[in-house]
Design a protein around this ligand. Structure first.
Ligand code: NBP
Length: 479
């Protein structure tokens, strides 16, 4: 049937296929297209009964199946495939039509594509989608960018298929123009890396310092999941840790190679933070920890280096240590979200996006990988004070960190003494201490820079830039 589909999805691998089903299950007529037609046929054969699908094979058929203005969603591999698909479809579209890219695109690519298509009158809507395969089907967290007009047309549909937060509100918000949605999704993934790293460090400390087994640690995580750490990642960590390998009878976590992989969004978060001058040390440590884990040869060559081997605590001390680890994990988590939101705020300023940080934390409460009760608290902090300079300036978070910090420091002392790496916990504490320091060694850095490169410095007691004649009589001149 021509012109009947409210939305079309091209790219029907795991994500596209499930999003298409999600739209159909919510009552929309969905046009289907995939480079290899077999995927389209398979979807209709297996799930055709779930709703109204219009199966198409050519680009022309696909475009003709869509009602005007057309909403065409691309769910292909990010990068060149996205450009190839845009080039294929854009010539067939008309002013007012929308191309929605739900892939994990780099926001700079989204900005370029939006600019190029704007001349043609086509709205390009770079959209972050989080929640993996399961979220795509049952309700993801959705982070659309693009024009306000496109959101007016598309927003209600996205709200319908999105996850719902515990208070029932849809986990979707118009993040801002052009690349804002993909930027927010990028930082979401960076925070996800940091969350996973911190959980990993907590696990290793509970195992090597407290001496607990994976099954016991799973129970500890289950308990934590009933408190302030309540989150999807803590919940699945308990599942993974309690899983036993059927082939060997060993804990699953002990039969998996300890080399973490990554697809790139965490790395982008750090690269962009470097460009923006935003310290996201927690996310950076998470990316580096994954990289380090993958250097098998370097690790093998270094295994005999001197250092303590962890000696597990006795039963009497292990419980108290686990409580301290919970405090350290929670405090470090506050810091990594502080850093992530700082990056979003800096990106918003840099690109004029006007991103509402409270709304972003609200749409991460459901559907996505970092969904957590904690995000309600972040939203409340931004609701109370939309111009909050940093999450650490929120009174409640500041009080919680104040209460956690002795334990946080103790955990790092134990980790250091016992030779257990905790780069995420440690970077978070260093960031916290640096922020609250009266004086930083940056003054010395400026002195060194002035010494070797005449880079000048500013004084604490007078306006202006100064240079010391280091090679001469060391007098000071105004620069
Ligand atoms: P993939 O990233 O594995 O991509 C496979 C799809 O891309 C297939 O439909 C394939 O068509 C199509 N494709 C490729 Br590859 N090159 C193409 C080209 N030159 N022209 C047209 N189509 C092309 O699929 P996915 O895992 O479903 O992810 C889709 C997007 O969603 C990606 O951008 C991904 O980063 C993003 N994402 C994924 C997740 C997740 O959890 N997997 C979560 C959030 C976002 P074919 O069938 O003909 O080969």
């Amino acid at each position: 049937m021509s012109n009947s589909a409210q939305i079309g999805v091209t790219g029907l691998a795991v994500m596209g296929r499930n999003l298409a089903r999600n739209f159909a299950r919510n009552g929309y007529t969905v046009a289907l297209h995939n480079r290899t037609a077999a995927r389209t046929h398979a979807l209709v054969e297996e799930f055709g009964h779930e709703g109204d699908f219009v199966s198409t094979e050519t680009a022309k058929e696909f475009v003709e199946a869509l009602e005007r203005p057309r909403r065409l969603m691309i769910m292909v591999k990010a990068g060149e495939p996205t450009d190839a698909v845009i080039q294929e479809f854009a010539p067939l579209l008309e002013p007012g039509d929308m191309i929605i890219d739900g892939g994990n695109a780099h926001f700079e690519d989204t900005r370029r594509r939006e600019r190029d298509l704007r001349d043609q009158g086509i709205h390009f809507v770079g959209t972050g989608v989080s929640g993996g395969e399961e979220g795509a089907l049952n309700g993801p967290s959705i982070m659309p960018g693009g024009s306000k007009e496109s959101y007016a047309s598309l927003g209600p549909m996205l709200e319908k298929i999105s996850a719902k937060a515990p208070d029932g509100s849809p986990c979707v918000t118009h993040c801002g123009p052009d690349g804002a949605g993909h930027f927010v999704k990028m930082v979401h993934n960076g925070i996800e890396y940091a969350d996973m790293q911190l959980i990993g460090e907590a696990y290793q400390l509970l195992r090597d310092v407290a001496g607990y087994s994976p099954a016991q640690i799973a129970d500890i995580f289950r308990t934590w999941n009933t408190g302030r750490l309540d989150s999807y990642l803590i919940e699945i960590t308990a599942e993974v840790l309690s899983h036993v390998d059927a082939a060997t009878g060993k804990p699953f976590v002990d039969v998996v190679q300890d080399r973490a992989e990554q697809k790139g969004t965490g790395r982008w978060t750090v690269q962009i933070a470097l460009d923006l001058g935003v310290p996201v040390s927690g996310i950076a440590e998470a990316v580096f920890a994954r990289s380090l884990s993958g250097h098998a040869d370097l690790r093998a060559a270094s295994r005999e280096l001197a250092g303590p081997k962890a000696k597990p605590l006795g039963d009497s001390e292990a419980g108290a240590f686990a409580d301290r680890v919970e405090q350290a994990l929670y405090a470090s988590k506050i810091v990594s979200y502080t850093q992530g939101f700082h990056e979003i705020s800096a990106g918003s300023d840099q690109y004029d996006w006007d991103i509402d940080l409270g709304a972003v934390s609200a749409i991460w409460r459901g559907g996505c990988i970092i969904r957590a009760a904690f995000l309600d608290r972040i939203r409340a902090a931004y609701d109370a004070r939309p111009d909050l300079p940093s999450l650490l300036s929120d009174e409640t978070f500041a009080q919680e960190i104040a209460a956690a910090q002795d334990d946080w420091r103790e955990v790092l002392v134990a980790a250091t003494r016992q030779g257990v790496p905790a780069p995420g916990f440690s970077a978070a504490l260093a960031y916290y201490d640096a922020l609250r320091a009266d004086r930083l060694p940056a003054a010395l850095t400026q002195g060194q820079r002035d010494f070797f490169g005449a880079h000048t410095y500013r004084r604490v007691d007078r306006e202006g830039s100064f240079h010391t004649l280091w090679g001469g009589d060391r007098s000071e001149v105004e620069a």
